[in-house]
Design a protein around this ligand. Structure first.
Ligand code: ATR
Length: 271
């Protein structure tokens, strides 16, 4: 049977095995997908072992996305720009790397009928999560993409990667005077419960507030948006299922239906 893994450390919390097993049932494909805890120095060895044991592909999560990038023989344009890989495909003795996080995000926004074309997008954060979605957002032809980060130089470094597009870097304070249609939180602040210094007015002006983080409780950012009655308030669960669907497609050339899987994960979260 074709073997797939998700490599990470920690990994026990990963929902990927459950998601991919549901996709496999849905599409009647025989595949075995498991999570594997990898020691920090052992990533390359784990990948080679999988390849030797009927491995067809793998997902990669923290902290190995950059190591996976370095290990690949070939990379998609998106992965090159992100400097990170979340999907490995093993074919003809080569390791091909791609990143599907951006497509997962964009597809989730489109599924919620959020108009990306000609929109003014504010992306909060300039770490790996933010970097991984910029190219996919730009492929939707927004009017502008503004990256705000606590450490401005990191946002500037991302903006410089896209000289042909309207991508700019600002501080959180600068957001106060600007109007955006869509605000996407790609900082890890939500994980620690920390709130971001984004003014109520900036949030009120937006139609959509999206947080890449998901959980049983809303992040401080989404709570703020709820209080201010923003139209579309979306957490990152759909992005998670969406990025998995794109990985599944890269491996199997079949696009699974995200909706039933998302519903079952949402029900689990709300239990
Ligand atoms: P990830 O892979 O999740 O993106 P990361 O690369 O460590 O993780 O990046 C974390 C991002 O969240 C960064 O943009 C970070 O801001 P800095 O670049 O200034 O460090 C941002 N971040 C984390 N906690 C934050 C907080 N409490 N307030 C504002 N930004 C925060």
């Amino acid at each position: 049977m074709k073997q797939f893994r998700v490599f990470g450390n920690p990994i026990a919390q990963s929902k990927s095995p459950s998601i991919h097993q549901q996709f496999a049932v849905q599409t009647a494909l025989m595949m075995n997908y498991e999570s594997e805890l990898v020691e920090l120095e052992q990533f390359d060895i784990a990948v080679k072992k999988l390849i030797a044991n009927e491995g067809k592909g793998a997902n990669v999560t923290a902290p190995f996305k950059e190591q996976a990038f370095a290990l690949c023989d070939e990379l998609s344009e998106r992965a090159k720009l992100a400097g990170a890989v979340n999907t490995l495909i093993f074919s003809n003795g080569l390791i091909y790397g791609d990143t599907t996080d951006g497509l997962g995000l964009v597809n989730d926004l489109l599924r919620h009928h959020v108009q990306l074309k000609a929109s003014k997008i504010l992306l909060l954060g300039a770490g790996g999560a933010a970097k991984g979605v910029v190219q996919s957002l730009l492929e939707q032809f927004p009017q502008s993409l503004t990256i705000a980060n606590r450490t401005l130089s990191k946002a500037e470094a991302i903006a410089e990667q896209y000289p042909k597009a309207d991508v700019s870097a600002i501080t959180f304070e600068d957001t106060e005077h600007l109007v955006f249609d869509i605000i996407i939180n790609a900082t890890s602040a939500g994980l620690s419960g920390a709130s971001l210094p984004i003014s109520d007015q900036t949030i009120k002006n937006a139609d959509t507030c999206y947080d890449m983080v998901y959980g049983t409780e809303s992040t401080a950012f989404l709570k703020q948006a709820k209080l201010l009655r923003v139209d579309n308030i979306i957490d990152g669960l759909g992005m998670l299922v969406g990025q998995a669907a794109e990985s599944f497609y890269l491996w199997n050339n079949i696009r699974p239906d995200v909706e039933p899987v998302l519903m079952s994960l949402r029900a689990e979260l709300n239990q």
